[in-house]
Design a protein around this ligand. Structure first.
Ligand SMILES: NC(=O)c1ccc[n+]([C@@H]2O[C@H](COP(=O)([O-])OP(=O)(O)OC[C@H]3O[C@@H](n4cnc5c(N)ncnc54)[C@H](OP(=O)(O)O)[C@@H]3O)[C@@H](O)[C@H]2O)c1
Length: 238
């Protein structure tokens, strides 16, 4: 008979709360601990656990595992996309986790990117019906840099647009929402053919007009670096 997992979730930040919520949806039992609680409580829960999820900030994970969890036999897992830690398996949920909790379907749609030498997914995260894929540990920093650029940097560009609508043009920021939704839908439908605008048309006059209009704005240099990056990769990014 398959062993019933006993999860311990460490941390009380966003990802710890989302994970606990998903486990509740799935009916997976778990205990929790965060650094506001007593150390003896951690020791008792870690001793009873088969799987310990270390869901705390990246720069604290390695020390935490070494100083608090070294003596315990449980499988240890962190969810950081970039970090490689000896004795702790990395399983990156490829998603952004905000302050609000999600639906069961949304949690179930999240793929986990795990390390090439990790155990079977069913042994690493038993009970989770999610898809998974493996990457080399040596590729994790680049993989995560690309995820962060796509998710976080595009967020900055949309925040800039919406804030400028309100501040510079007295336009409602919501006026950008249909454009954002369609851009996302088009990318999901076919990411290879979704790019429109002056870069893909080779419209140098419009590009120069844009750069002149952005003079003095910190995003002027962002525009310029996109021109350079697109120029160097356009054979791949049609
Ligand atoms: N947020 C995302 O979208 C996302 C997506 C994928 C993966 N992840 C990964 O998920 C993990 C958790 O991220 P998060 O977004 O949940 O972070 P978060 O909301 O900032 O929460 C960080 C947690 O770490 C705890 N912590 C910090 N230093 C600690 C220490 N020295 N010892 C014990 N606990 C400590 C904090 O405790 P206090 O409250 O006491 O400060 C808090 O509970 C990270 O590895 C992150 O890379 C995040």
């Amino acid at each position: 008979m398959r062993q019933v997992p006993a999860y311990l979730i460490i941390g009380n930040g966003r990802v710890a709360r989302h994970t606990a919520c998903y486990f509740d949806f799935l009916g997976i039992p778990y205990t929790t601990w965060h650094r506001g609680l007593a150390e003896e409580d951690l020791r008792a829960k870690a001793a009873a656990a088969t799987h310990i999820l270390i869901l705390i900030r990246d720069d604290a994970i390695e020390d935490f595992a070494q100083f608090h969890l070294a003596g315990f036999a449980a499988v240890k897992i962190h969810f950081s996309g970039a970090l490689v830690v000896a004795g702790v398996h990395g399983a990156h949920p490829l998603m952004t986790f905000g302050p609000d909790l999600y639906t069961r379907d949304k949690y179930q749609s999240i793929p986990f990117i795990i390390e090439d030498d990790a155990p079977d997914f069913a042994a690493l995260l038993p009970g989770l019906p999610n898809a998974h894929a493996r990457i080399k540990k040596s590729d994790k920093a680049k993989y995560h840099a690309l995820c962060a650029m796509a998710g976080n940097f595009s967020c900055l560009l949309w925040q800039k647009l919406m804030q400028s609508f309100a501040d510079d043009f007295a336009l409602p920021p919501e006026a950008a929402q249909a454009y954002l939704r369609q851009q996302t839908d088009n990318l999901i439908a076919d990411y290879t053919s979704t790019l429109t605008g002056p870069l893909v048309r080779g419209d140098g006059a419009t590009i120069q007009k844009h750069l002149a209009a952005l003079k003095g704005d910190p995003f002027h240099d962002v525009y310029q670096s996109f021109i350079a990056a697109y120029g160097a990769s356009k054979e791949k990014l049609k």
